[in-house]
Design a protein around this ligand. Structure first.
Ligand SMILES: [Zn+2]
Length: 324
């Protein structure tokens, strides 16, 4: 169901480094967008106050009367329960375990609030207004510092039985593989995240006794430019990452048979060196019937995916409640 273009909602994309907020219309126009550093080091109370005063500032900046804002959608670092809006101990935020963020914001703002984990919000935004627009089944894989994911089936986020669905980064790709931050080993994230790629390059450099390479602060940009200058060792690590990603996408294709898998985040800047072996691996491993309709695309909205997804989350909640 479409929301009317003259419905306006507040949308917040709360990240570990920056928080972006805007007012978004029912047809996805972004108004009054601002970005500020997230005050996540100062504890829960300071951060709550930061979020609330930032939200009020955006409403003022939009010049809409508060009653015209139909609700607020928030993308927040998980894990969290989107149904109740309770946050469960995000790794980068101390003092946030069991915090009923949705209820706190609803009490303060006097409007309906929806909370999504950040990967789901990015997926929802990209499905609504980005690469996935018009699809009915859409999977978004976020390849950033970590690897996250969001699953949209029949035009709705799929949360699973306990809100854990979409954790594609922690599906096992290699038995007895590299230890992952989650405690498992061989997870997709341990290889295909920015951290996973940088660590693997660093390990090979140190095995080869390349002191300069180890001393240099390795970034994805640096790795990418070394690969394009013909560094064969780095090229082969990126190609291996493409193959590993291809295994993950082939698993998704066979399991869910989606119309589209969109890749999002800094790792996608590695370009064709990563994508070519990935596509070949998907074709090699998945059923032809599943890969024929499958489009694999790079996400389109960049930094705006989270904001638009947070907006769509509350718009869906509002239209559900109007229908009920
Ligand atoms: Zn893991």
């Amino acid at each position: 169901m479409q929301n009317r273009p003259d419905t306006y909602v507040l949308a917040a994309d709360v990240g570990g480094t920056n928080t972006r907020m805007a007012v978004v219309s029912g047809d996805g126009e972004i108004h009054a967008l601002l970005k500020k550093p997230t005050r996540c080091k100062e504890g829960k109370e300071a951060m709550l106050q930061f979020l609330l005063s930032f939200m009020r500032e955006i409403i003022r900046k939009s010049e809409l009367p508060c009653e015209e804002i139909a609700g607020a959608g928030v993308g927040f670092p998980g894990p969290l329960d989107a149904e109740t809006g309770i946050i469960f101990n995000p790794p980068n935020l101390t003092g946030w375990d069991g915090i009923p963020l949705r209820r706190i914001l609803e009490d303060e703002l006097k409007m309906p609030v929806s909370i999504e984990n950040d990967a789901n919000a990015a997926a929802l935004g990209e499905w609504w207004k980005g690469a996935g627009a018009g699809t009915n089944s859409f999977i978004c894989i976020t390849l950033g510092t970590g690897v996250g994911g969001g699953i949209i089936l029949d035009g709705r986020l799929w949360y699973g039985a306990s809100g854990m669905a979409g954790e594609i980064g922690h599906t096992t790709i290699i038995r007895n593989g590299i230890k992952c931050t989650c405690g498992n080993s061989g997870c997709l994230e341990a290889y295909a995240s920015a951290r996973g790629i940088i660590d693997r390059v660093q390990n090979v450099l140190s095995e080869r006794g390349d002191k300069r390479g180890i001393r240099e602060c390795l970034t994805l940009e640096r790795i990418s430019s070394m690969a394009s200058q013909g560094n064969e060792m780095i090229g082969s690590i990126i190609r291996e990452t493409g193959i590993i990603l291809g295994i993950a996408v082939a698993n998704i294709a066979n399991l869910l048979n989606p119309e589209m898998v969109a890749l999002f985040g800094g790792v996608t800047n590695l370009g064709e060196t990563l994508f070519k072996p990935m596509r070949e691996e998907v074709k090699k491993r998945a059923f032809e019937k599943a890969t024929e309709p499958l489009k694999i695309e790079v996400a389109k909205l960049g930094d705006n995916s989270g904001i638009l997804g947070a907006a769509k989350s509350i718009l869906l909640r509002i239209s559900d409640s109007e229908r009920a």
